[in-house]
Write a protein that binds this ligand. Structure first.
Ligand SMILES: *Cc1c(COP(=O)(O)O)cnc(C)c1O
Length: 390
């Protein structure tokens, strides 16, 4: 389906709402019936009627259609966070005694679910280095029901060969789930590569304005409908109509924003890789990246998130560097209009900082919608502020 059609027309029937260009926010909790028979059939098949907005809602419906089409999927559910999408996707497909093989270092809250919640229900997880497909094969047991992937993952952008892993899983009747937040559907299409369930944090590129928390889950209609009737409606973690409207608004400019961010990211990387205080730049579409070939093969682009290793002996030098920016903000998350810096050393106590470990000296940059020279100038002055510090 044409990207322009998906973003500008699909799911929108303007005759239904005064021919308005922008769809209404259907801010209602419930829907009215005139006939008991209609109410009865709605109870019987909540997945195809307006009954109650914890289930379906017309504004959310427009968004679902667009996001399913963007992923090349049959169906979609939108959650009030990416974490909720992860939780529902996994919970819906395990029972006591089951085993999950997960890529090492998945998103923090996916890992907390695997480590803290699932063991309480007798579900175990094995983490594998996903850069080698054979590692998944070795970790699979008779009771493995899910292979959980995130490609590229946060910080160091390790990839999994999505097609190869999905083939392996299909052979053994194991469900594959992939977190596609880094690429968004614009730059990577896991369903076309054979993945069963694809999720992303819509908080990032889909929203694009750092004002909404949301998550997307797409896949075959049977898989998605099953989750709607159980986890989605039971946990009650569906997106609210106003937030759905914000995401529809975000989608209008998604390709334009990504194109712009791609260009700026290249310029900022060119500056960083030549800077004497930068030991290394890590970016999946950089020729120095160990999985550059695979990245080119399964991703049509990458932008915004870049990690670099700074040369510093002291944690305080990195702290001073991060606190010296005039425009680039220090914050978690990414995908919005504003550029962000996040030092890894914020996640460790300063006493345990080890300058010999490059990970401790890593900083994650998100390049937003500002002009490249504006960002480069900000970097120059931040590097200058630590010129005499080791
Ligand atoms: C942000 C993020 C999530 C979680 O999404 P929320 O919308 O914050 O709940 C999941 N995976 C990745 C890779 C993320 O970056």
């Amino acid at each position: 389906m044409d990207l322009s059609y998906i973003l500008n027309e699909l799911g929108e029937d303007r005759d239904d709402y005064f021919r308005a260009v922008s769809p209404p926010i259907m801010q209602t909790s419930n829907f009215v019936f005139k006939k008991v028979a209609d109410l009865r059939s709605s109870f019987e098949d909540e997945y195809s009627t307006w009954l109650y907005s914890r289930g379906l809602n017309p504004t959310v419906e427009i968004l679902r259609k667009k996001l399913a089409a963007l992923d090349g999927a049959e169906d979609c559910l939108v959650f009030n966070s990416g974490a909720a999408a992860i939780f529902a996707a996994v919970l819906a497909n395990v029972k006591t005694g089951d085993h999950i093989v997960s890529v090492a270092d998945p998103y923090t809250w996916a890992r907390k679910m695997f480590d803290n919640i699932l063991p309480r229900f007798g579900v175990s997880v094995t983490y594998v280095d996903g850069t080698v497909t054979e590692n998944f094969n070795k970790a699979i047991r008779a009771n493995t029901t899910i292979i959980y992937l995130e490609s590229p993952n946060s910080w160091f952008f390790n990839l999994q060969d999505l097609h190869a892993v999905s083939m392996l899983a299909k052979e053994k009747n194991i469900l594959t789930i992939c977190d596609n937040s880094y690429c968004s559907p614009v730059y990577q299409q896991p369903i076309a590569l054979g993945i069963d369930l694809v999720l992303q944090s819509a908080t990032k590129y889909i929203s694009g304005h750092s004002d909404t928390i949301a998550g997307v889950l797409t896949g075959k209609r049977s898989l998605i409908e099953k989750i709607f009737h159980s986890e989605y409606n039971t946990i009650g973690s569906g997106i609210q109509p106003f937030n759905a409207w914000l995401l529809i608004r975000g989608l209008r400019t998604l390709p334009a924003r990504l194109e712009r961010i791609s260009r700026t990211t290249k310029e900022v990387i060119a500056f960083l890789q030549d800077h004497p205080r930068v030991e290394k730049v890590i970016f999946p579409l950089h020729p120095s990246f160990p999985q550059f070939e695979l990245a080119k093969q399964q991703m049509s682009g990458a932008c915004g998130l870049v990690t670099f290793i700074i040369q510093a002996d002291q944690c305080s030098t990195i702290e001073k560097f991060c606190e010296s920016f005039s425009h680039i903000l220090m914050a978690v998350s990414w995908g919005g209009h504003e550029s962000l810096i996040l030092p890894k050393c914020a996640g460790i106590s300063p006493e345990t900082f080890d300058p010999r470990d490059p990970a401790h000296r890593s900083l994650r940059l998100y390049v937003g919608l500002e002009e490249a020279p504006y960002l480069v100038a900000d970097f120059e002055q931040a590097f200058n502020s630590i010129k005499n510090l080791s």
